[in-house]
Design a protein around this ligand. Structure first.
Ligand code: HEM
Length: 154
C-alpha cells in the first residue's frame, strides 16, 4: 500500500505528525493566516508540533493526555489582530487540504469535521457572531474562498 496515495485512513500518532507538519508548512506560508504564527505569536514549531499532536491524538483516538488551554492563545492573537471569518475559513481550507492529500476514511472525515467545528466555535467565542452562511447552506459556515493551492515551506 502506498502511504502517500491518499488511500489509507489516519491510523494514529505517526500519521497525525505527518499531516500536522504538512498543515503548518502551508499555514506558515499562507499570506492570510501565516502572519498570526510567524509575526504575532512567533510560533516555534518544535514546541508547537508535539502539543498540537497531543491535542489531535486525544481528540481522535483518546490517546494522549492533552490538558492545556487551547482557547487562551487564540484570545491573545485576537486582541493583537482581529481574527475574521475569512481567516478561520482559510484555516479550515488548509486543514482539509492537508488531510485530503494524504488520507481517506472515517478518521480523516472526523478530523476534518472536528477541525471545522472547533473553528466555528472559536470564531463565535472570539467575535460573538456566527460565521456567515456558507454558499448554498442555511447554517453557519465560512465564506467560500478561492480554490486552494497548497503551498508549503516545510
Ligand atoms: C485562523 C485560525 C487560527 C490561527 C491563526 C491559529 C493560530 C494559533 C497560534 C499562533 C497558536 C499559538 C502557537 C504557539 O504556541 O506559538 C495556536 C494554538 C493552538 N491552536 Fe490555533 N489557530 C487557528 C485556529 C485553530 C483551530 C480551528 C484549531 C482547532 C483544532 C486550533 C488549535 C489550536 C490549539 C489546540 C492550540 C494550542 C496548542 C497548545 O499550546 O497547547 N487553532 N493557534
Amino acid at each position: 500500500m502506498n502511504h502517500f496515495a491518499a488511500d489509507a485512513d489516519i491510523r494514529g500518532r505517526a500519521d497525525l505528525e505527518v499531516v500536522l507538519r504538512r498543515f503548518y508548512g502551508a499555514a506558515f506560508a499562507d499570506r492570510r493566516i501565516g502572519p498570526f504564527f510567524t509575526e504575532i505569536a512567533g510560533t516555534d514549531l518544535d514546541v508547537h508540533l508535539p502539543r498540537i499532536t497531543d491535542f489531535w491524538e486525544r481528540a481522535l483516538f483518546r490517546g494522549a493526555d492533552y490538558r492545556r488551554d487551547a482557547f487562551a492563545p487564540h484570545a491573545a492573537l485576537h486582541s493583537a489582530r482581529a481574527m475574521t471569518a475569512e481567516d478561520f475559513g482559510r484555516w479550515v481550507q488548509l486543514w482539509r487540504a492537508a488531510i485530503d492529500g494524504l488520507h481517506r476514511g472515517p478518521n480523516a472525515e472526523r478530523a476534518k469535521a472536528q477541525g471545522e467545528r472547533i473553528a466555528l466555535a472559536l470564531h463565535k467565542r472570539l467575535t460573538g457572531a456566527d460565521a456567515p452562511p456558507a454558499a448554498g447552506e442555511g447554517g453557519p459556515g465560512f465564506v467560500p474562498l478561492a480554490a486552494l493551492e497548497l503551498r508549503t515551506v516545510a
